[in-house]
Every structure is written in C-alpha cells, then in structure tokens.
Write a protein that binds this ligand. Structure first.
Ligand code: AMP
Length: 441
C-alpha cells in the first residue's frame, strides 16, 4: 500500500471521484465558503487571513491553559534550530485578535467585522465529525460592547446556515455574566461540590480546584449525575444588573427579528476573558452532544494577549465538516460543479494546435477545454459528455479553411456553424440564455 494520509485528516476531492462523500467534496467546501462570504460581506464583513501557526503564547492565552485543547491537543511546530515555540492554530479567534492589535486595526471604523476560513488543528481522538485537521468559517466583530452587535452576530450565523439549506438548527443562548458574577457563581459551586468531592471524576476534581464552572460542561457521566442530584442553580441566576440588562436587550433584538433561540442555562465558558453573551448552534441530525457552532463575547481577550487597552469582541466559528454532516441529514443537495461550456477537438493531427488556440481564446468568456490529440467525432462526443461539457466545437480541415466552427449543443443535439471571429459573441449569448453557476457567481 502506498503512503497514506495522517489519521484524522481528509482529502477534498474533485467531483466524479470514486467513493465521494459530501464531507470530502471540494465543491461542498467551496459552496460553504462562498455562501458564508456572500452573507457576511453583505453585512459589512471583510476577509482576514492569519498564519496557520502562531506563537505558543497566543494560543495558550487565547484558548486557556486549563482547557483540553492546550493540555492535550496541541500540534507543536518544530523546525531546524527552533525552540518549538509555535503551535498550529486550534481555532481562529486568538490569531485574529493578535492581528488586530499588531496591525493597528483599531484605526478602522468600529465595529470592525472580520471573517476568515481555513484549516484548524487539534490532536483529538478521531471519530465522526471530530478530526485532527478540520476547517472553520469564523466571524469576529471587534470594538463594540453594544447588545445590538451581539444580536446581529447571532442573527448572521443563523442567516449563513439557513442559506446553506439547514433546517433543524437550534440556537442555544446563555449569558455567563461579568467577571464578578462568575466569581460569585464559582464560590457558590465550590461550596456546593466540595462536600461531594469524592464522587467527582479526576477531571471533575481538577476542575473544582481550577475553575468550578467547568465541572458543568465535563463529560464524565458520574459528574453529570451529581450535578442533576444537587439541583445546581444556573449561571443565569447569578447575573449582575448590567449583564442582565445586556442579556435582555440581546433577546429583545432577536425577538424583534424573529430569530428563534432557546435559553440554555447550562452554557458555560470557563475562561476569564469571556463576558456575557454565549451561545451554541445545535442540529438534531448531528446529536445533542456536538455543537455545530460555538460563539460568544470575549471582551477580556485583547488584554490577555498583552493589550493595554481593552478591545471588546464577539464572534463565532463553525466547523465545515460538521456542518456538512448536518446538511447531509437535512437532505441538502449541493449542485455538481460545472463542466466546461465548450469542448474543442480537432479531427486530424495537423489541426490540434489550432483547436488549442480556439479554446484559449474562448477562455476569455467561459470555461473551455480542448482535446490534446485528434479524435474521431464519436469519441469526441463521448469524451465531452464525461467532462459534462455543454457545447462541442469540432475542427476539421474544412472548418480551418473556411474560418468557421461546427458547434454542437450536447443537450439538444442542435448543430450550428459559427464563424470563428463570432465565437466569443456566440458563447456570451449562450451564457446569457442559461448562465452556469460558475459564470453567474
Ligand atoms: P470550538 O472552538 O471548540 O467551539 O469549535 C467550534 C466548532 O468547530 C465546533 O462547533 C465544530 O463545528 C468545529 N470543531 C471543533 N473541533 C472539531 C474537530 N476536532 N473536528 C471537526 N470539527 C470541529
């Protein structure tokens, strides 16, 4: 067997490949990226790209030293003579905020809306929907604490997934309050769980010590049983006045726009820099445990990364692979990528170069391919059909002499003689009649 790709990674393949799944179709990823681009850029977002590896400090501070991601799942980058201080990004937010601070993006009009797509890396236990290299679409808004921004950010997420054709999605909304609210909540949880510390898993005990809130989103079934038994009060019950008012306003905006959500008191975010609004997007087809998307406000992150001034921020990210599983469950069909509008072939060897020239000229207007060898007409049509071409231009000596092309519409069988100098106009006319998604984009 030839060398295989690393576990937990996938190849994204061209249409027509054998054994193609929705989540390995390059065209499906392209569809998600372009849909997200359309929705987000109409709302004023601009694309940003940051490096795929960052200084370890950016990741550790941005993701949090106590998280599984930093403790167990980091891919460290080594290269000759280096100290190993770089990490393949496991998520995008920390890099985006680092770039915002480093490049003085504060000068741009606020709130600044940024979006990004690309690969993320986590050394996870591989399972369905859980990969080591996966791909996210990420949206961040920097420079505003306005609850209207929170509501718009959530609403745009819903717009993107709806534009992708998803139906069974649910926004689960919560608030984790301000730092002092969380301190009060953690104190309450510490008092509540400490008498039962023996019943907690190792992981639960570690969380009780470091950050009791995170017990609530732990995975150990015993811990979850204890939580249910103790009748733990939700974080929402501990919101201070300011955070409560903010939450009410976010809800009022969402209600006014008919963006449906469920209040989920169990949403917790353990890190200090998170503030107030937090949410997840779930899908019935993918299972309750795995969110399609996570989002939240992170007003303390910029200072965590060394900024003197606070920079409020809020954003979300979804995994494209997990979204594709949901789209599959919802029966969403992503159209096949286009074949060429025109396929040009010569009937004899002496005209192959001429056919190539015609094809290259036609590319000014539309996707065009050509045959690299002379072929019999029957073979040309078979080949053109496999490539899903819409028109075939056959070039024989007569055509070259008369400066014409014999163009056949493969769907209707209709054949037209087109003067070569009119080819571009002919193709434009065909595109205007039935634009292909590619030309229409
Ligand atoms: P998180 O940063 O953990 O909130 O992840 C945001 C989103 O990225 C999740 O909701 C998933 O859609 C996706 N995601 C996270 N980890 C993985 C993974 N290992 N494989 C595939 N998708 C992932």
């Amino acid at each position: 067997m030839a060398i295989q790709r690393p576990k937990g990674t996938q190849d994204h393949l061209p249409d027509g490949s054998p054994k193609l799944g929705l989540d390995t179709r390059a065209a499906a990823f392209q569809f998600i990226r372009e849909t997200a681009r359309r929705v987000l850029e109409r709302a004023g977002a601009q694309q940003i790209d940051t490096p795929i590896f960052e200084d370890a400090e950016v990741i550790k501070r941005g993701v949090g030293g106590s998280t599984d991601i930093v403790r167990k799942e980091m891919f460290t980058v080594y290269y000759f003579g280096d100290h190993g201080g770089f990490i393949l990004r496991p998520e995008a937010t920390a890099g985006v905020v680092r770039a915002y601070l480093q490049n003085g993006l504060k000068q741009l009009p606020a709130p600044l809306k940024l979006w990004l797509h690309g690969p993320m890396f986590r050394a996870e236990n591989v399972q369905k929907g859980r990969l080591r290299q996966f791909h996210q679409v990420d949206y961040e808004v920097l420079g505003s604490t306005d609850p209207l921004v929170d509501a718009e950010t959530i609403s745009l997420l819903v717009d993107v997934v709806r534009a992708l054709g998803l139906k069974q999605v649910k926004v689960k909304l919560g608030s984790i309050g301000d730092p002092e609210d969380r301190e009060a909540y953690n104190a309450y949880l510490r008092d509540l769980f400490t008498p039962h510390v023996d019943r907690l898993s190792d992981d639960g005990r570690a969380r009780l010590e470091r950050n009791p809130m995170r017990i609530l989103d732990g995975k150990a079934p015993g811990d979850q049983e204890l939580i249910a038994e103790l009748g733990v009060k939700p974080m929402l019950a501990f919101l201070g006045e300011a955070a409560r008012a903010h939450f009410e306003q976010v809800r009022a905006h969402l209600d006014a726009w008919d963006v449906a959500y469920d209040i989920d008191p169990s949403i917790v975010r353990g890190l200090d820099y998170y503030r107030r609004t937090a949410w997840e997007l779930h899908h019935e087809g993918v299972g309750a445990k795995s969110a399609l998307c996570g989002g939240g406000r992170y007003d303390g992150l910029a200072q965590e990364l060394g900024s003197k001034d606070p920079v409020p921020g809020i954003g979300w990210a979804f995994g494209m692979e997990r979204l594709l599983l949901a789209m599959e469950a919802d029966g969403v069909v992503i159209p096949e990528s286009d074949g060429p509008l025109l396929y040009v072939a010569a009937l004899d060897d002496s005209n192959v170069g001429y056919a190539a020239t015609v094809a290259m000229t036609a590319r000014q207007v539309a996707r065009t391919e050509f045959a690299y060898k002379a072929m019999k007409p029957g073979n040309v049509f078979r080949d053109a059909e496999r490539r899903r071409a819409r028109f075939v231009a056959l070039i024989g000596s007569d055509e070259v002499e008369q400066d014409t092309l014999t163009v056949k519409n493969l769907a209707t069988g209709q054949q037209t003689t087109v003067p070569t100098r009119d080819l571009l106009a002919f193709l434009k006319g065909q595109l205007a009649l039935t634009p292909t998604p590619l030309e229409n984009a």
